[in-house]
Design a protein around this ligand. Structure first.
Ligand code: FRU
Length: 464
């Protein structure tokens, strides 16, 4: 039994039941549209439909009718992930139709983003040689040089993840153009899901999710002769913990990204709550002067801030200090003049100290972690740490932006790394937060409570 709520208030979750990947991002008639993988019949993965929510300002959302439902034929087993494109003025969803036999790329069109008509004759059914019909999914369509391109996630011979490339003049008939990019080694995933390929300035970014929820890879490089050429020989540490990243270009030109945060607890605990899965907040992506991919929550998120609960400036100290409390918080913490050892934050700490979640920057190892070992006394939740490399220059301050929202925790560091995970404290007083540093460090910290993005009363998602 949960004694304290785990449901987030400023991250999108379905009113009931299971969600996974963000899908079909679009801007239309002054509203942002977020679709997502949705099971209307349960709080675990299965019978996958496309759910839908929309927002005029990225902070106030409303639920919309279900967009796509499986029907006899190519998508009888589920409407898997995909994207939105405006093709000759027609709203078009490209998605994967799933059956036990195969996965094919399907199309649906609409004039109002509410009523969708499937176009079975436009199905792209056959994967190229070396790719099995079960390893062929998650189309992402974009326009470039006067043509349409589609990237599809795949596995070559069950060995290497691949992003396959197709080209089209009309968005209807597709020509196989080979692999846009293939996993540089099997360390980088045997099957790539949810490929997303987009330009920022003069660079191109490729993100892929590693099958079985093993994480996301982000590559930055160039798009030349229909091939992706990465600038570095491996993926960048950009986001650890979230999955199935998808972007859209906002009306103001910003590159906006969402990703899915899976549950980290056993099904019995999920069923007791009746909902599963959350979206990250919308993020804004950019490329910095070093050619690195940067990400941060969109500026609009700050509009959800309520009462400040902590504020310190230029505090030089060590040990544990600056105590405040809350389960729904936006925290900005800057650690400058760091001396040695570890610095970080403790969240959701109980009065008796048995429960706590630590965000730790290990200065020697140049590693940022979320330590979950003591985040919950429940045996039904995962306790592994989430961590990634973060190479700060010796004189570079650590800038943390922490979004804590019930069970959701997103930690953005210096605009170039995000760690995200889920924590499920059990004690009603697991609400304390504090900062710590082994050696002296100068701390600026501000924290606010956060308001909700959805009405309190939400009917279940229904068919349109
Ligand atoms: C990624 C994924 C996709 C697939 C969808 C099914 O989480 O496995 O590859 O389209 O989820 O829900």
């Amino acid at each position: 039994m949960n004694t304290i709520p785990h449901r987030p208030v400023f991250h999108y979750t379905a009113p009931t039941n299971w969600i996974n990947d963000p899908n079909g991002l679009a801007f239309h008639d002054g509203r942002y549209h977020l679709h997502f993988q949705y099971n209307p019949n349960g709080s675990k993965w299965g019978d996958i439909h496309w759910g839908h929510a929309s927002s005029a300002d990225l902070v106030s959302w409303r639920d919309e009718p279900i967009a796509l439902a499986p029907s006899p034929g190519d998508d009888a087993g589920g409407c898997f992930s995909g994207c939105h494109a405006l093709v000759d003025g027609v709203h078009t969803l490209y998605y994967t139709g799933y059956t036990a036999e195969r996965q094919v790329q399907c199309v649906a069109t609409s004039s109002d983003l509410r009523h969708w008509t499937k176009q079975p004759q436009r199905t792209l059914a056959t994967p190229p040689a070396g790719v099995e019909g079960h390893d062929f999914r998650d189309p992402y369509v974009f326009r470039h040089d006067g043509r349409w391109y589609m990237v599809v996630g795949a596995s070559r011979d069950h060995e290497q993840g691949q992003a396959l490339l197709y080209r089209s003049d009309d968005g209807i008939t597709w020509e196989d153009r080979g692999a846009l990019y293939t996993s540089p080694s099997d360390r980088h995933g045997r099957m790539w899901e949810c490929p997303n390929f987009f330009p920022i300035g003069d660079r191109w970014v490729l993100t892929v999710s590693l099958w079985l929820g093993l994480g996301v890879h982000a590559f930055v490089g160039r798009f030349e002769h229909e091939r992706f050429v990465p600038e570095w020989d491996g993926p960048l540490d950009v986001d650890a913990g979230a999955f199935a990243h998808l972007t859209m270009q906002g009306p103001d030109g910003r590159t906006l990204q969402w990703a899915w945060m899976n549950e980290q607890r056993e099904q019995a605990a999920i069923d007791a709550d009746g909902w599963a899965g959350a979206m990250t907040v919308p993020r804004e992506l950019s490329i910095d002067a070093h050619g690195r991919l940067n990400l941060r929550p969109v500026a609009e998120i700050a509009r959800l801030r309520g009462e400040p609960v902590a504020r310190v400036t230029g505090l030089r100290g060590s040990g544990e200090h600056v105590r405040f409390s809350g389960a729904v918080l936006d925290i900005e913490a800057r650690f400058a003049g760091r001396d040695r050892g570890k610095v970080g934050l403790m969240l959701r700490t109980s009065a008796d100290g048995r429960e706590t979640t630590r965000i730790v920057y290990w200065q020697d190892a140049r590693r940022l972690s979320i330590e979950r070992e003591r985040s919950s006394l429940s045996p039904q939740v995962r306790h592994q740490d989430v961590h990634a490399h973060l190479a700060l220059a010796p004189d570079e301050a650590l800038n943390l932006r922490v979004l804590l929202d019930g069970s959701v925790l997103e930690v953005y560091a210096n605009d170039r790394l995000c760690l995200s995970t889920r924590v499920y404290p059990t004690l009603p007083d697991s609400l304390q937060a504090s900062a710590f540093s082994d050696g002296p460090a100068t701390l600026d910290l501000r924290a606010w409570t956060m308001g909700p993005i959805l009405p309190a009363e939400r009917p279940v998602l229904s068919a349109g």
